[in-house]
Write a protein that binds this ligand. Structure first.
Ligand code: HEM
Length: 651
């Protein structure tokens, strides 16, 4: 073993051992950087031209432009921000922008300052003391020509990083092994050989010095092999024999809210409204009794007190569930039992209209702001339902349906509600504005939004708030879930002034406290409703590395709404696992079939949530009842209706 090998093998251990002291060296540098950042912030703050430029580019980058509505959103939001900036000079306490704050974030409290110093020393220590020398050492130690051999029998890539310096020689290479579409080599020899279909043994030419191979994929293993740096070298050196996964080209790392410390914005904190008593009476009634069970008339409940007792038996600590109140006056008034009644309430044109042809839809688009009552489909919510249902199967998308993503979209539309001041929620249709939609938690929902926005073009008379909530209701039904009572009448805010602060969506890496804060304190839901909602939501669909950084489904039947989530959670042993593409930690079942988010695990580990997880795993109809009730509540959050059921006001 050479001297360099010796250092290399022990280097990381040494650096980690020295970490607490090592960090201290970087404190002056970090303080200097923070000072610089504050100065930069001040400077930027005083040049409004720069503001506008940054705002413009920021919006340009992040605004969604998949549909006309989004263009409107963009212009709207841009104008609003220009306006906002104009007056900012009189009130310096206003932050620079609502969204771009993180670009210039300066610490506002001592704790924030301390955190900043702490994390940054770690960052610089890792970057300067660990990463840089390690790269250099890798270069010096790992390159001997005989190591660059590809052994097709074991499918093991015995190579180290070439760093653009060493020879790369693939011997006995079978062209069948290579997936030409996914391969990329600088000299293209491998690709061409495979493309030609040459079956004989070939030797991919030795690459010239300074010509690194980017990556290629083997058909059998379906894995990417990359020679991209010191990680490959490390894998080889540590004899793990697991080739390093090269980053997939389309992956756009936009992390889901990982740490509230870093992501909850100063701006959000400043904009938090004090609790008020402005909540409308109907809402107070709606949330006064959390354990109320509303029963959808289409699926009659078979839950009764005796049954509840039986369910309660295995769990000593389980409180008896209250007998369902089949009729709850406040809620009944708010949400009629049968949706068909609702539809008949809205004046119908006779004869019943057909969906307009694509040509007339084109012209209708320009008449959007004219009197919608003249629209041939005005008030035909059944047609909207049908259109949503038709749009759900999308064979090229994910698992063949956009139902899960629409379902999630509706949840995110409602999840911003704060019952303490009545802000947020689906009412006002504010999720259509970039300011709300660009919240980190909404990453990946573009598909849902663009489909629903297209449907809106077809039925321009429906409010976005109604459409976005109806989307979830139809999706859940299509996935085999319960029929959720839904009533139209929500109205849209004309501009983005009532967009709730960002950062209200739940964070997957948090624990029970976070769940309680969001579901009980802010949304006003009970424990069983919380459990039912999360388990219901995560009984369908999957997580995507390119959206949230997590990977895999929760259940086997991805497109079936049932209580499988609870069963899997209880029946399987979950261990922590790191997603290779993103480095994010999640939970994986022992057979690596199902995933769980850290926050999902709370439903198993926290006894208060667990007893409901167990009840729902045992009794699907009980789960459906709680879910129906909770989801119907979500859809009404922040909606204050007048006597005629139409909402005229938004807090
Ligand atoms: C504790 C709160 C929650 C957290 C932290 C959370 C987080 C997440 C994350 C990280 C994903 C993966 C997104 C992706 O990568 O595409 C996801 C997916 C999903 N969530 Fe949740 N979620 C929560 C509660 C809920 C609730 C209450 C519902 C519904 C009522 C729901 C419905 C869904 C659905 C349907 C998907 C699948 C989307 C798809 O397949 O594209 N979630 N959630």
């Amino acid at each position: 073993m050479t001297f360099l090998d010796l250092i290399n093998d022990n280097y990381l251990t040494l650096v980690d051992l020295l970490s607490p002291f090592g960090r201290l060296i970087f404190i002056p540098y970090v303080l200097f950087r923070i000072l610089l950042q504050c100065a930069y912030f001040r400077l930027i703050n005083s040049i409004s031209l720069v503001h506008v430029f940054i705002l413009y580019n920021y919006n340009l980058l992040f605004s969604i432009n998949e549909s006309n509505e989004d263009n409107l959103t963009f212009t709207e939001s841009y104008n609003q921000k220009v306006h906002y900036n104009k007056y900012r000079s009189f009130d310096q306490s206003r932050p620079l922008t609502k969204n771009a704050h993180f670009m210039f974030a300066v610490p506002v409290s001592f704790q924030e300052f301390f955190n900043m110093v702490w994390w940054r020393t770690d960052y610089y220590y890792t970057r300067i003391a660990k990463h840089a020398p390690y790269c250099i050492l890798s270069l010096l130690t790992f390159h001997t020509p005989e190591e660059f051999v590809y052994d097709p029998d074991e499918h093991i890539l015995q190579s180290a990083a070439n760093h653009g310096k060493a020879h790369f020689d693939i011997k006995e290479f079978d062209s069948n092994d290579l997936d030409p579409a996914a391969s990329s080599t600088r000299n293209n020899d491998a690709e061409n050989a495979a493309g030609d279909g040459r079956k004989d043994e070939i030797i991919v030419s030795t690459l010239k010095k300074n010509e690194p191979v980017a990556s290629f994929r083997l058909k059998q293993t379906q894995k990417y092999y990359g020679l991209n740096g010191h990680e490959a070298a490390a894998a080889y050196k540590s004899q793990e024999r697991t080739p390093v996964l090269a980053p997939q080209s389309e992956f756009v790392p936009k992390p889901y809210n990982l740490s509230p410390k870093n992501t909850v914005s100063r701006t959000t904190k400043q904009r938090e409204y004090p609790p008020t008593t402005r909540t409308h009476n109907s809402l107070i009634e709606l949330f006064s009794d959390n354990d109320k069970i509303i029963v959808s008339t289409r699926r009659k409940t078979n839950l009764d007190v005796d049954r509840a007792k039986v369910l309660a038996e295995p769990h000593a600590s389980l409180k008896l569930m209250p007998a369902p109140k089949l009729e709850s006056p406040a809620f009944k008034d708010l949400i009629p039992n049968d949706n068909s009644e609702v539809i008949s309430e809205v004046p119908r044109r006779s004869p019943p209209a057909k969906r307009p042809s694509s040509r007339s839809r084109f012209f209708l688009h320009f008449k959007k702001n004219k009197d919608m009552k003249d629209h041939p489909t005005y008030g035909r919510y059944d047609l909207v339902r049908e259109a949503i249902k038709d749009a759900l199967p999308q064979k090229d998308f994910d698992d063949g349906s956009i139902a899960p993503i629409i379902f999630r979209f509706t949840w995110h539309c409602c999840a911003t509600f704060d019952r303490r001041d009545g802000t947020g929620g689906c009412s006002g249709g504010t999720l259509r504005f970039a300011q709300e939609f660009n919240d980190n938690g909404n990453t990946g929902l573009n598909t849902a939004k663009s489909y629903l926005d297209q449907i809106h073009e077809e039925f321009p008379w429906i409010s976005f708030a109604d459409l976005y909530t109806l989307g979830g209701v139809v999706a859940i039904e299509a996935l085999g879930g319960p029929v959720i009572p839904w009533k139209p009448g929500r109205t849209d805010c004309p501009d983005a002034k009532k967009v709730p602060p960002t950062g209200r969506l739940p964070i997957a890496t948090e624990g029970s406290e976070h769940l309680t804060d969001i579901f009980q304190v802010r949304l006003g839901l009970s424990v069983p409703e919380t459990v039912a909602l999360i388990g219901g939501g995560h009984s369908v669909g999957r997580t995507h590395p390119k959206f949230s950084g997590f990977l895999g489904p929760w259940t086997k039947e991805i497109l079936k709404f049932d209580n499988e989530f609870f069963k899997n959670l209880l029946e399987h042993e979950f261990h922590t696992w790191t997603v290779p593409q993103t480095g994010i930690e999640q939970y994986m079942s022992e057979n690596n079939e199902f995933m769980m988010l850290p926050i999902d695990m709370e439903l198993k580990t926290n006894p208060e949530f667990r007893k409901w997880t167990e009840s729902f795993a045992m009794d699907q109809s009980l789960f459906f009842n709680y879910f129906t009730n909770a989801f119907a509540k979500l859809l009404e959050m922040g909606v204050i209706r007048d006597e005629d059921g139409v909402q005229r006001k938004k807090i």
